[in-house]
Write a protein that binds this ligand. Structure first.
Ligand code: ADP
Ligand code: MG
Length: 871
């Protein structure tokens, strides 16, 4: 009945009850000028409009008595701590108290107050039931958890409570198509931490172990949407620091801890009888974390997803350790201005969301095995050298539906026929690509494997599934709807129902013609609505022309509505047919979902192969566009980059019509620390980041922006920017800088790459200088890693000059005209001048201020100093 309530409806109070009326449609005969038709809306919450009169009368509606409702609301609130509670009352969801402020701010809706007898008003806002999907999606996307307290299904029954969290969402309105959505559980075992994660939207899952120091890189690699801590480490802050450093949403897992037996039971429930084989090699804490994760999912989602794909275990050392501050500092996934300006934006030439997700994942987990990296590079080389193959491949992939996410929704019972169609179309496309490219000769191993996997789409199980789906589904099923999606001819029973429904419909139309003819009322119409069902409508003035078979149902100002037994009969026949068809379609949907899920593993293989192919084609495309070259990866401890460029800065400069100056970098075990001095704005930070990015790209298996690069594989990469440069990220405190720097000094190994940019700037000159020098000495003497250290403290050069494995480098500054002040060339030597005044002049500072500053500088530095120096 409520489905038809149009927007213009308003709420009114009469007889101490809440009524709903439609403005503009005056009833006749009541003499009170009431709005009509009247509909008794039990539990409607008119108080949403902040109307105190209405709010008072709402207390009369059964189940909404102020005390009763506040009590029930408080119960829902207590059952879901940390959640924003949406409390259904009639056609609205009320949000009360603190939650109301959150919702009002997030959704931009008005905050009102709910009056209470004998108590203070409560802040409140309301969401119409018709727009909850969008509202919930926006709340989840903003990172809030939402608990929906529904009305009881029967009088006096319990109110069902549904919980939704960002990490368990599979709604495409909430999730970014190109990022994973990993719900993660952390479970400490002593000071080590086991992580288990699952992306419910795709069913992908994994586990890993991390040492206290390794928590940061592990979390950066998992890139969680949400972390639930089942057990905090005892005697180590590693996990807490990593969570805070990466600004990840986390909370305690508020579920009872499960013991080993319970954990095994949960795992067997999830992965079936094969669980022991599937989970061989996983450590007990990893199994515990995985079981806790599944147990939590079961509690929140109301069950485990069907046909789970086995989790993958990432052994320590398989990937380069790189933590969130480093990823942020190097602007790998996002930059200060969002995605624009990040490495990902330059590198991402994928054409499918799963390909984009895979690339983002790879960038936070570069490889460390030179052999594996070389295999990936071989694929890219092949595709760079074969532009036609590459473009064919990308064309075939573009528009490929997201099979993994479609399966994810179906496995949680949240799928629609559109998901079935996505799988049908995805299989068809995979087949086309596989047959077209499978014939190519001399493919490198990786590409041949990808194509073999794609070709599964044409083999037994999957080709049968594709055929069934093709026969069963119409070409484009209606979105978010489980009716009308089955193709004619697929199910004889359904065809029968549809034929009966159509026949009844036709007879109703013929009946209208007959009634119009018999009564002589040309404007007679047979209409239908949710309240009366099928009825005859005529202008009120013609009522006398009707015979006795017409029964009055409803009188409105301008028209009158009737029923007849013949019409009722036809309507019922039609209704029965429609209902029968709906039941059959529901069954077909269930059967097809089951068929899809029974092949989920094979489907996932095809989908992953397509994503992998998209990834390498995209990397090859980026390499071709950027004129990048293939790096050489080795086990040695050195870095040799000739003609290196910063992939992002180069683009930005090009866009402004300027050219980027390339630079070399040569560090190895003998000359492993470069101390780079130079004036502000000379290009120090850019150079440091470009070296780190080239290494990272190479270990992801991408070509690099350099004429030539020979890279000894790096086990951990660290990059820290001194406080002050990082203001945009709101992390300018000196404490953070010191915390992060000490993490590097403690964690870096001989095989690591460390980039320190202006460390020590966040405090007084003397402090800063001393700390910077001590850090440099520790890295040089104790750690012995490859280090690039940029500083504007040129005094540090004196210290470096005395170190056997350190080299003083400087940014060349040409003394020429203002706009040619910097040459952006890195060369041996030390810079003694900071050119601060010249930068100030460039920035347009008033002449008088510049002159005065020069005077002061001369005083501070003594008579020998050049007036353009600020040292
Ligand atoms: P520093 O860290 O020495 O203060 P930055 O690395 O921040 O300097 O560079 C300042 C600006 O100089 C950059 O924004 C960029 O526009 C320009 N720049 C830096 N490196 C180069 C280069 N190699 N070629 C051309 N321009 C560059
Ligand atoms: Mg800088």
């Amino acid at each position: 009945m409520l489905g038809e309530v149009p927007h213009c409806w308003t709420l009114d109070v009469l007889d101490n009850r809440v009524w709903c009326g439609c403005i503009g449609e005056k009833s006749r005969g009541t003499g009170r000028g009431e709005r009509s038709p009247r509909k008794w809306l039990p539990m409607t919450t008119p108080s949403i409009f902040g109307n105190s009169r209405v709010a008072r009368s709402a207390t009369e509606v059964p189940g909404t008595s102020a005390v009763g409702m506040m009590g029930l609301h408080a119960a829902a609130r207590a059952a879901a701590p940390g959640y924003v509670v949406l409390y259904r009352v009639g056609e609205f969801y009320e949000v009360l108290g603190q939650d109301a402020a959150i919702v009002s701010r997030t959704l931009g809706i008005q905050l009102t107050r709910r009056r209470q007898k004998g108590a203070a008003d409560v802040p409140m806002c309301g969401i119409p039931a018709s727009s909850t999907d969008v509202a919930v999606a926006r709340l989840l996307a903003a990172g809030h958890r939402v608990a929906i307290s529904e009305q009881p299904t029967e009088e006096g029954g319990e109110r069902p409570l549904h919980r939704l969290t960002p990490g368990t969402s599979v709604d495409s309105a909430v999730l970014a198509a190109d990022r994973s959505n990993n719900l993660t559980v952390a479970l400490a075992d002593g000071i080590a931490v086991a992580f288990a994660w699952m992306d419910l939207s795709t069913g992908e899952a994994g586990t890993c172990m991390a040492s206290s120091d390794g928590c940061g890189p592990a979390l950066a690699r998992i890139d969680p949407a949400e972390v639930l801590v089942a057990r905090w480490p005892d005697g180590s802050d590693g996990l807490a620091i990593a969570l805070r450093g990466a600004a990840i949403r986390f909370s305690n897992l508020d579920r009872p801890e499960i013991d080993t037996n319970a954990a095994l039971a949960v795992l067997e429930d999830a992965y079936g009888a094969a669980s022991r084989t599937v989970l061989r090699g996983f450590s007990p804490p990893e199994l515990g974390a995985l079981a806790s994760l599944l147990d939590y999912i079961r509690a929140i989602v109301g069950g485990l997803p069907e046909a789970l794909t086995p989790p993958r275990r990432s052994p320590v050392g398989d990937t380069m350790e790189i933590d969130a501050p480093t990823l942020r500092g190097l602007e790998v996934l996002t930059s200060a201005s969002g995605r624009v300006g990040a490495l990902l934006s330059v590198l991402d030439r994928t054409v499918t969301p799963p390909g984009a997700r895979l690339l983002a994942r790879q960038l936070s987990a570069p490889l460390t095995n030179p052999g594996t990296i070389r295999r990936r590079l071989a694929m890219i080389r092949h595709l760079v050298d074969a532009p036609l193959l590459r473009s064919d491949c990308r064309e075939g992939l573009s528009g490929m539906p997201d099979i993994l996410r479609a399966c994810g929704r179906l496995s949680l019972g949240k799928g629609f026929p559109t998901d079935l169609a996505a799988i049908r179309d995805g299989l068809k496309r995979s087949q086309t690509i596989a047959t077209k490219f499978g014939k190519a000769v001399d493919l490198p191993v990786g590409l041949a494997t990808a194509w073999r996997e794609l070709d599964l789409s044409g083999q037994d199980g999957l080709s049968e599934l594709a055929n069934t789906l093709s026969r069963a589904l119409i070409v484009v099923p209606p979105p978010k709807c489980k009716a009308g999606f089955v193709a004619d001819g697929y199910d004889p029973q359904l065809d029968g129902c549809r034929a009966q429904g159509n026949a009844a419909q036709e007879r109703i139309e013929r009946l209208q013609d007959r009634y119009a003819r018999d009564t002589g009322i040309n404007s007679l119409k047979i209409k239908t609505n949710n309240v009366l069902g099928y009825h005859v409508e005529i202008p009120t003035s013609r009522a006398k022309a009707l015979g006795s078979e017409f029964t009055l149902r409803q009188g409105l100002a301008s028209s009158t509505r009737y029923s007849t037994s013949e019409l009722d009969h036809l309507a019922e026949a039609r209704e029965t047919a429609v209902e029968g068809a709906a039941r059959i379609e529901e069954r077909v949907f269930r059967d097809l979902s089951t068929a899809v899920l029974s092949t989920r593993l094979a489907l996932a293989r095809v989908a992953r192969a397509a994503a992998a192919l998209d990834l390498v084609c995209g990397l090859a495309q980026a390499a071709a566009e950027g004129l990048w070259s293939e790096p050489e990866l080795t086990e040695g401890v050195f870095l040799e980059i000739e003609g290196g460029r910063h992939p992002v800065a180069e683009r930005l400069l090009e866009a402004q019509g300027r050219t980027f100056v390339d630079n070399d970098c040569r560090i190895g075990s003998a000359e492993r620390l470069w101390l780079l001095t130079g004036p502000n704005m000379a290009g120090k930070s850019t150079f440091l980041r470009q070296v780190a990015l080239i290494v990272l790209m190479a270990q992801v298996g991408s070509f690099v922006p350099a004429a030539r690069a020979k890279i000894g594989v790096v086990d951990k990469m660290f990059s820290r920017v001194g406080a002050g440069d990082d203001l945009a990220a709101g992390r300018s405190t000196f404490m953070v800088e010191m915390l992060e720097t000490s993490a590097i000094l403690n964690q870096a190994t001989e095989r690591s790459l460390v980039i320190l940019d202006e460390v020590g700037r966040g405090t007084s000159t003397h402090d800063g200088l001393s700390i910077a020098q001590a850090c440099m000495e520790h890295l040089h003497d104790v750690v012995g890693c490859r280090t690039l250290f940029a500083t504007h403290f040129h005094e540090l050069a004196d210290a470096a000059a005395g170190m056997p494995n350190a080299v003083c480098m400087m940014m060349e500054a040409s003394p020429g005209r203002h706009d040619e002040m910097f040459a952006y060339k890195v060369k041996p030597g030390r810079s003694g001048r900071s050119y601060g005044l010249r930068v100030a002049a460039l920035a347009g500072m008033p002449e008088t201020v510049l002159t005065r500053a020069a005077e002061l500088l001369a005083q501070h530095s003594g008579p020998t100093v050049d007036s353009t120096s600020d040292s």
